[in-house]
Design a protein around this ligand. Structure first.
Ligand SMILES: C[S@@+](CC[C@H](N)C(=O)[O-])C[C@H]1O[C@@H](n2cnc3c(N)ncnc32)[C@H](O)[C@@H]1O
Length: 268
């Protein structure tokens, strides 16, 4: 899993087209400001609160820790093989030794990118030393994110993951939480992540995905039929497989909540 394996070629758009695409998408296309999230923004945090208490807040912290944590104990798998290990160990097994701070974060002396930052619920978990950009396409979500104290040195930018307004290799790592279910084109978003994160940099995702069990899998296919139409939210994405297909190297996939949620750690 270390460097040295042949890297798949990046799917690249030339810079000029990137700039034009980014411009179009922030001005004219129907994807400009996702209407669903603009309308939902004032209710977002209240709606999520029970899940935050139950699961999400500690998984957010684990996501940010995975940017730096070299003590990975899980192997790459299909993300559903060992649900028992997941919810009990993700926060407790990270020792706070050598250079870690606060809630267990190692320092991250690098340029960090968050995509789909929403209302900024991850800001409190950013590792000390991180600087860079948090991007979000919805103006209303972004407005709420701006009411929170941003991590020092992190710029908020209105943008979609499929057309990031950054030069190649700008970042040392990137992450997203609960975003790839909404992204219109995961293929383009992953291609962009591969372009803007340097070779060897981590891409960490916390995503709800299609569970692999026969019954649950089919249930999520059915659910997705409605959620896509109602909220543009895909409940049956196979995000780890999508990331791998786009050329990212999977380092580990941790299943949580019966495999409905996965912490996916990749490398460019
Ligand atoms: C469920 S919310 C998650 C927000 C935040 N990451 C969190 O964990 O609370 C999904 C977010 O993805 C954003 N989003 C939707 N389409 C996107 C795209 N194409 N690129 C980047 N973000 C997108 C939405 O605007 C929304 O803020």
């Amino acid at each position: 899993m270390q460097n040295g394996a042949t890297r798949a070629p990046r799917l690249k758009l030339p810079p000029a087209r990137m700039t034009k695409a980014a411009l179009l998408m922030t001005t004219r296309t129907p994807h400009t400001q996702p209407p669903v999230y603009d309308a939902f923004a004032p209710h977002y945090e209240r709606a999520l609160r029970p899940l935050e208490r139950l699961l999400l807040t500690r998984l957010r912290a684990a996501t940010l820790r995975a940017l730096t944590n070299d003590g990975d104990t899980h192997n790459v798998g299909d993300g559903n093989s060992n649900d028992n290990n997941s919810d009990n160990n993700d926060d407790s097994n990270n020792s706070d030794g050598g250079g870690s701070h606060g809630d267990g974060h190692q320092r991250f002396n690098g340029r960090l990118l968050e995509i789909g930052a929403g209302t900024g619920l991850n800001f409190q978990h950013y590792p000390p030393g991180a600087h860079g950009a948090a991007t979000e396409p919805s103006r209303e979500m972004l407005r709420l994110a701006r009411t929170k104290p941003p991590p020092a040195g992190v710029r908020l930018v209105q943008n979609r993951a499929e057309a990031l307004p950054f030069a190649d290799d700008t970042f040392d790592a990137a992450f997203a939480t609960l975003v790839f279910c909404s992204v219109a084109s995961p293929t383009h978003a992953f291609a962009e992540l591969r372009r803007v994160v340097r070779a060897g940099g981590r891409v960490v995702l916390l995503e709800h995905v299609r569970p692999s069990g026969l019954l649950l899998g089919h249930a999520f296919d059915a659910l997705s039929f409605f959620t896509v139409r109602l909220f543009d939210d895909h409940f049956n994405r196979r995000t780890a497989a999508d990331a791998e297909r786009a050329g990212l190297r999977l380092l580990r996939v941790e299943p949580h909540a019966l495999g409905i949620v996965q912490l996916i750690v990749c490398e460019v």
